[in-house]
Design a protein around this ligand. Structure first.
Ligand SMILES: Cc1ncc(COP(=O)(O)O)c(C=O)c1O
Length: 437
């Protein structure tokens, strides 16, 4: 029987050729989180819950634009609105009514959003939020939790899954304190150090809940400790926003941060992001004459992203999209569970809302919020096995997130979900064949 790699090479020859043609042109052959070994697939188009690669293979997609696509690929409502906008001009060099409508939708959906400011990405959103917090408090330090990911700028790259800090000055890193997600550790730190401007966190835990927090208690604890010390609580809802509920994680758990960072779904699958939160903190941005803090940016609140964001958020506000995406995730979780049982492979299936994680090899009952220790969860995705299951799933026509994760959308069908569970069972069999399980 052919090995996983042999089947992969046979199924995706066009992708291999494309990858080879990137050599000497694009460092590493492409985006670091998209390139896998021996070569990544090159996709060409997508529709709903599926996409097609350059060889014409149809692939059920759970990357969903790294979480940006609550409406799947090329949703007609978004596509039409964006196409109309393109014909009317992409950048008129002025502010626009679209920005106001977009901000209003964010304000209506995200409970703590007294003010809203648009950026061009999630990385820019966390950078701006940190600057706002430092400006507001007059303090210097940032606290982040181990394994929480907030983009790739200098202040957030430590202990976030980015495995190198080359190019980041020591002086910059000395202003960031990384701690375990532990309330006693945070409490002790804030008591000892009065130079902390902000605590930033992924509200469901590191890597979009791969390492879950004991919620809502943990969020409540961070809220209390930060409020007591005048430290700005930044909830990074780049993935959770409009996904954990239409009001994000804060809507789901009822905890109001001082600042919220967003991207992905907020811009309807186009580049864009936002920082929202307390008026007194955001008003530092002021107008050209009164601002304390600078925040320019050619493509912030650009008309095309605004249009896609508005089309998406309007639907999220008025239709049960989250319920539908969540129902697809529930169906997927039980299908994956059945596959693990049938193959007699230990593993835990966990995740909230439209997020699904599989911790292979972990012997524990399934939970929405996993209580398995984080080092055991880390072990489940360490080494070559998680990389090989990604390839084995692609051989079966399914693309999942690294770390054995899935994000469902409101447009995945039951048939796609059921085919995914069957694919997972065959992928497990392929891994077993190679002695990986
Ligand atoms: C929680 C979180 N914050 C920030 C970011 C960075 O966003 P972007 O990739 O748009 O810069 C990401 C990206 O995956 C994220 O998951």
């Amino acid at each position: 029987m052919a090995t996983i790699i042999e089947r992969y090479e046979r199924k995706f020859p066009g992708s291999r050729r494309a990858y080879e043609s990137a050599a000497g042109l694009i460092p590493g052959g492409g985006h670091q989180s998209r390139v896998v070994k021996p070569f990544p697939i090159f996709a060409r188009d997508g529709s709903g819950g599926t996409k097609r690669d350059v060889d014409g293979n149809e692939i059920i997609d759970y990357m969903m634009g790294f979480g940006a696509l609550m409406l799947g690929h090329a949703h007609p409502d978004v596509t039409r609105a964006v196409a109309d906008r393109l014909a009317e001009g992409t950048h008129l060099g002025t502010t626009s009514e679209l920005e106001i409508e977009w901000a209003r939708l964010v304000q209506d959906l995200i409970p703590s959003a007294e003010r809203v400011r648009f950026t061009a990405s999630g990385t820019e959103s966390t950078l701006l939020a940190i600057r706002l917090a430092r400006g507001f408090t007059g303090r210097k330090k940032l606290v982040k939790f181990r394994e929480h990911f907030h983009g790739w700028h200098d202040y957030v790259s430590m202990d976030s899954g980015i495995n190198t800090q080359v190019g980041i000055p020591e002086e910059t890193m000395s202003t960031v304190i990384v701690i375990e997600p532990d309330l006693d550790a945070l409490g002790g730190l804030l008591e000892r150090d009065d130079d902390v401007a902000a605590v930033i966190m992924e509200p469901t835990g590191g890597h979009w809940g791969q390492f879950p927090l004991a919620n809502p208690g943990f969020l409540e604890g961070v809220r209390e400790l930060t409020a007591k010390r005048g430290v700005v609580m930044i909830m990074d809802e780049v993935i959770c926003g409009f996904r954990m509920s239409r009001g994000g994680a804060q809507g789901r758990f009822g905890i109001m941060p001082d600042l919220t960072t967003m991207a992905k779904i907020v811009a309807g699958g186009l580049p864009g992001g936002a920082v929202a939160g307390r008026a007194d903190i955001l008003e530092q941005l002021g107008d050209a004459g009164t601002s304390r803090l600078a925040h320019p940016g050619t493509f912030n609140a650009n008309l095309v992203s605004a249009t896609a964001g508005i089309a998406t958020l309007r639907k999220i506000a008025s239709e049960p999209l989250n319920d539908r995406a969540d129902a697809m995730a529930s169906r997927l979780k039980s299908g994956l569970r059945d596959a693990l049982n049938r193959m007699e492979v230990p593993g835990q299936v966990h995740g909230l809302a439209s997020v699904v994680h599989v911790a292979l090899g972990v012997d524990a009952e399934d939970e929405e919020i996993s209580t398995v220790p984080h080092d055991e969860l880390a072990q489940a995705t360490a080494g070559s096995r998680a990389a090989r299951i990604k390839l084995a799933m692609l051989n079966e026509g399914v693309d999942m997130m690294g770390g054995i994760g899935f994000m469902t959308s409101a447009v995945h069908t039951e048939d796609e979900i059921d085919r995914t569970s069957e694919a997972f069972e065959r992928a497990l069999a392929a891994l077993r064949e190679e002695g990986d399980l």
